[in-house]
Design a protein around this ligand. Structure first.
Ligand SMILES: Nc1ncnc2c1ncn2[C@@H]1O[C@H](COP(=O)(O)OP(=O)(O)OP(=O)(O)O)[C@@H](O)[C@H]1O
Ligand SMILES: [Mg+2]
Length: 471
């Protein structure tokens, strides 16, 4: 038997085909009574096709877009709607005419839950990328007329002085802005024309090489056949040619200091397994958390340390500067959200939470300060799904939104201070641990592990008082 087009509806084949579709389909007459639904639609409504037919669509889809089409007789395309529960659909609805008589409407809808979730994840990633991007011009660096004034002048001099660009060293504890400063030097060098606008900035974390042979290949490149399976490959020096080579954690250079020294002294390198010398013109910036004078070969140190730039810790910065950094990171967050979601976004820290943040101890300096601020705003901010169509949102950050770690670090600092009683940070810890389900004895033990001499009855008393105050 031959399949003919007429068989499709005569034998209800259309229905079977439409039931296999991934989209839901509803057809109503002009009163809104369902005359056809496919299986996807009845599955969504958690019932059967038979139970739906002949009933009004609102019994199953209270917010049906079809109702609007019945009213206006115009198609509505891709309207994103939230349906009961968590499900999210894109619906397109169309009027149905027979001849020129309006007889009803149909809609096709697609569950976009997964796409929607992916979309949210991408947006979140984008947000975090923006928040973690280093400042790229000197004007947006906090402290440019304060604690960093001198170091920034010196940094400009490394590449901008009349005698030509020089190699330099940046020393600073973790998170004090070394990578940022290297980027600033790079941008400045481009601005004054010492390097081309498309000059490379190549960053190497020297600690990543544990094997000196691999390090040599990575840094100097290799020729085909230099070792089994080796290919012709440009090393990092060649890649950085005409630009900047940023050697991060330079105190871990160890094994290949000699090779590096030779390259710098001669202005030439040779690929591993190669015989040809390749001329290189590279400005090196070496960064470290340690004093490189004690870590590097004296000759290498001398070559690199034509300028030494020191970055102060967060603790060494003035109260005003800390406040500026605080506002700076809040603004960055606000702006990133504004850009991403197209809403007017404002963040306000309560006086108490601001004070807690500004007086906490940050062993990992500005990076940690930034992360703690971002974390606290994250904890207080609404979920993306709660934004809906709002055009303005204000988030208020309170002490309860701050991460535990900042109170922890404060305690570490006061470790030997036995006299300290239940101060605010200890109270915060007690409440957090209590929320996790720990009782006074366990909490007291935890505090003791942290070096804090608080008795269990003190904890119990505080918790009891706290309960009373609440009620
Ligand atoms: N003075 C400043 N003004 C504004 N932002 C700053 C300042 N200093 C540092 N930051 C920001 O702090 C963060 C950490 O800085 P950066 O990554 O440069 O530190 P680092 O010393 O390289 O850290 P690590 O030792 O972990 O590599 C970055 O987001 C950077 O943009
Ligand atoms: Mg860095």
């Amino acid at each position: 038997m031959e399949l003919k087009y007429s068989d499709l509806y005569e034998n209800k084949l259309f229905e079977r085909i439409l039931d296999r579709d991934n989209d839901g389909i509803n057809v109503v007459n002009k009163e809104g009574i369902l005359v056809y639904v496919n299986k996807v639609s009845s599955d969504y409504a958690n019932t059967t096709k038979e139970k739906m037919l002949g009933k009004h669509i609102t019994e199953f889809y209270p917010a049906a877009v079809l109702l609007k089409v019945l009213e206006n007789k115009h198609a509505i395309l891709d309207k994103k709607i939230h349906y009961v529960g968590e499900k999210i659909y894109v619906v397109s609805s169309y009027p149905i005419y027979i001849g020129n008589q309006f007889v009803g409407a149909f809609s096709v809808f697609k569950d976009i839950q997964e796409i929607d979730e992916l979309n949210k994840k991408i947006k979140l990633l984008e947000l975090h990328l923006t928040l973690n991007k280093p400042e790229n011009d000197i004007l947006s660096v906090i402290g440019n007329s304060g604690s960093l004034k001198e170091v920034l002048i010196k940094a400009k001099r490394t590449v901008g002085s009349l005698g030509g660009p020089r190699h330099s060293i940046i020393i600073g504890e973790s998170g004090t802005g070394k990578t940022m400063l290297a980027n600033l030097i790079y941008n400045y060098a481009k601005k004054v024309g010492v390097i081309d606008n498309d000059a490379p900035f190549i960053e190497i974390n020297c600690a990543q090489f544990t094997n000196p042979d691999i390090a040599a290949v990575e840094i100097f490149g290799s020729e085909e056949g230099a070792y089994t399976g080796s290919k012709q490959k440009k090393g990092l020096f060649e890649q950085a040619n005409g630009g900047i080579l940023f050697l991060d954690e330079a105190h871990t250079l160890e094994h290949y200091q000699n090779l590096l020294l030779k390259a710098i002294e001669s202005g030439k390198i040779r690929r591993v397994g190669g015989s040809k010398e390749i001329g290189i013109d590279v400005i090196i910036i070496a960064a470290s958390t340690k004093n490189l004078k004690d870590e590097l070969l004296p000759e290498l140190y001398q070559r690199l340390a034509q300028y030494e730039l020191y970055l102060p810790t967060l603790k060494e910065r003035s109260k005003d500067e800390k406040e500026l950094l605080f506002s700076h990171f809040i603004h960055r967050y606000e702006n990133a959200v504004k850009k991403l979601h197209n809403i007017d976004y404002k963040v306000i820290f309560s006086d108490e939470s601001k004070n807690d943040l500004l007086t906490a101890v940050y062993p990992r300096n500005i990076r940690q300060f930034r992360d703690v601020i971002n974390y606290s705003i994250d904890a207080a901010a609404p979920l993306i799904s709660d934004i809906d169509d709002k055009k303005e949102i204000t988030t208020i950050v309170e002490t309860k939104h701050l991460p535990f770690e900042i109170f922890d670090d404060r305690i570490a600092e006061n470790k030997n201070d036995n006299k300290a009683k239940l101060n605010k940070s200890v109270k915060h810890i007690i409440l957090s641990l209590n929320k996790e389900g720990l009782g006074p004895r366990k909490i007291a033990n935890r505090l003791k592990e942290k070096g804090y001499n608080i008795e269990y009855y003190q904890v119990a008393y505080f918790l009891k008082k706290n309960e009373q105050n609440k009620s």
